[in-house]
Design a protein around this ligand. Sequence first.
Ligand code: 6GU
Length: 240
Amino acid sequence: MRIDVVTIFPEYFGPLDLSLIGKAQASGLLEVGVHDLRTWTHDVHRTVDDSPYGGGPGMVMRPEPWGEALDALAPEGEARLVVPTPAGERFSQAMAHELAGEPRLIFACGRYEGIDQRVLDHAATRMPVTEVSLGDYVLFGGEVAVLVMCEAIVRLLPGVLGNAESLAEESHAHGVLEAPVYTKPPQWRGHLVPDILRSGDHGRIARWRRDQALLRTAQRRPDLLAALDPDILDKRDVAL
Ligand code: 6GU
């Protein structure tokens, strides 16, 4: 996969060279290009914004630099454009899987009140465009949101995670939250590891983890529980 990011703050993306995303790049599973939007300005002040038509607070990103950036990065529209915005469709594990299947992604990081809508409308005549929100809160700009999305996407690429089982078992893979986890020592500051996890009885351990996962989901995310496909519940689950 290749990911290009266009931003007025390239320094935000230093962390993409660290940890498992950095390793994915080093091993050739992932290519990342981070580009300063101001590369595609032509005035001495390298202007990227202007006041909004119709009035109102703040500034809007002008279309010209964005148009040139997208022409340069995907001249034939050979990528999917992802635009982080609180006005977007909600990001999810399902969307992460969908984006992980794309050979090329371009993230366009807006600042201020956003990017002139014509940039997205024009891009959509050449490539798929998705406006994406992380949730119901407002960030200063798309940069941190892109780091979040990149991490969610890159860890799904084949070969990035060592242990494929940890992908299958994790929170949200089956629409329920994960059970709590413990390691040594067996007693710490007066708190004990649940006996069952030290019993060696793998059947009962699996049952306990399943119960804990459903209990947590009921307590913390009743919306997820309500949306669960009844086919994935067994008789003992329903007893909860
Ligand atoms: Cl994706 N971008 C911005 N700027 N704010 C957000 C967001 C994205 N998701 C939630 N708030």
